[in-house]
Write a protein that binds this ligand. Structure first.
Ligand code: 5GP
Ligand code: ZN
Length: 114
């Protein structure tokens, strides 16, 4: 999508600090980290948010979560645990309208989130 920040990052038009990339997804560090480890995982295809997902995206979501688990193991936070968050819409706190999963780790998380 022409005016989408994360489409531009996925295309490499805007640089990012990448952790993992394949044909379908990209994982990169958040520019404004909220935990000692904070990265984002996005589909390269533009999907506005989790609210736009369909049954046809099941394999994509499995791939995203399996990749998150592998990256957390690689970063040494797989055993201690981590949090995966996807904000949806205005009340959900979504500021970039391209589906992304926050992965936060390296400190003890509070519940419920603010
Ligand atoms: P949201 O608020 O939509 O759930 O999350 C958007 C996230 O994208 C925020 O945590 C923000 O710090 C991150 N972000 C915004 N712009 C950029 C950017 O240009 N590069 C990177 N790496 N992260 C960004
Ligand atoms: Zn996009």
């Amino acid at each position: 999508m022409a005016d989408c920040l994360f489409c531009k990052i996925a295309a490499g038009d805007i640089p990012s600090n990448k952790l993992f990339e394949d044909d379908d997804i990209l994982a990169f560090y958040d520019i404004d980290p909220k935990a000692p480890v904070h990265f984002l995982v996005i589909p390269k295809r533009h999907i506005a948010s989790a609210a736009a997902l369909t049954e046809a995206d099941a394999a994509l979501l499995g791939h995203i979560y399996a990749t998150i688990a592998a990256l957390c193991r690689r970063l040494g936070v797989g055993e201690g645990g981590y949090r995966v968050v996807t904000n949806v819409g205005e009340d959900g706190g979504q500021s970039v309208a391209h589906l992304h999963f926050h992965v936060l780790a390296g400190r003890s998380m509070k519940w419920p989130p603010g």
